[in-house]
Design a protein around this ligand. Sequence first.
Ligand code: PMP
Length: 377
Amino acid sequence: MSNRPYNFSAGPAAMPESVLRQAAEEMLDWRGSGMSVMEMSHRGKEFVQICDEAEADLRSLLGVGDDYAVLFMQGGATAENAIIPLNLIGRRPEHKADYVLSGSWSKKSHKEAQRYGDIAIAAAADQEKTLEGKAQAPYTWMPVPADWKVRPDASYVHFCSNETIDGIEFIDWPTGDAYGAADVPLVIDASSHFLSRPMQIARAGVLYAGAQKNAGPAGVTVVVVRRDLIGHALPVCPSAFDYVNVAKEHSRFNTPPTYGIYLAGLVFKWVLANGGLAGMEAANKAKADLLYSYIDGSGFYRNRIHAPVRSRMNVPFVLADESHNDAFLKGSAEAGLLSLKGHKSVGGMRASIYNAMPIAGVQALVDYMREFAQRHG
Ligand code: PMP
């Protein structure tokens, strides 16, 4: 291992170092092919093998069978915010879809969808709420499925299972009975906690994730879609974004992001070799527990999110005295702890501790935070 700094960026984010090393070794000549992966035809046998193996490894990690298509697409989760309604809203003649608003990213998904049909808010965390006797500010809690108002004739209901900016993670996904609309499938933006823990994929109609947090470099979007939901694209849906075409051609309808898929494939193998999703979960729980328990006991730092839905991946926190923010960030960068500034919409700090962040990195952060609090408390 080299002495690289610890990178707490929310994404693009740290990659497993062994993956970077393997990519470097294979850069000029992939396994005797005489080519870099980025020089290969996307229809040649070498890349077809790389792409099919990445899909097979991802399927085995997620435990999904052939009733789901697993697609590598482009455009990020932002493009999926349009691609989803373009593909799904036509499932029912009413062209309705319902959205749960729990933070910045789900609000963006909801806004984009309005161009494509009759869009309603199923639930929103836009008010203060008292939970366990404590007042929770807007967008620091998650609306529970029993309170979602899902229209029975909606084509789908959308939520974000990990709000990267706000630091809210929602993992106990409901079945249709829990929100009173058994025939309305869940569509889930799992971008920022994809592959961080086992997930109830069987409850999802569609799950999508930009790769650049836990699954590889930016430029690849993973879409896992139940096959019976495919085939309802609106006539205006671009053919490269029609799930029918992408699924039929095994993510090679047009030229896919070949090098990104190769790197994602190496990350999938790294996850498999490190205990799969259960292994990731155990490591991520230990890291998150270490950081939250320090924050909660510090009296100097504070995380405002309702405890049961605190994200294990993105940990926003504020300093008791915000006038110390610049000094905190300057000192942390000097200590080799990078990208801790919170998103501009919420301020404060944010530590993103994805799969590739070792516990030693979180320990180094806690040590720095403790020392900073002693100096400035
Ligand atoms: N959804 C979530 C949960 C995200 O974290 C992000 C990116 N940070 C996006 C959507 C948007 O992704 P992209 O920029 O790749 O389109």
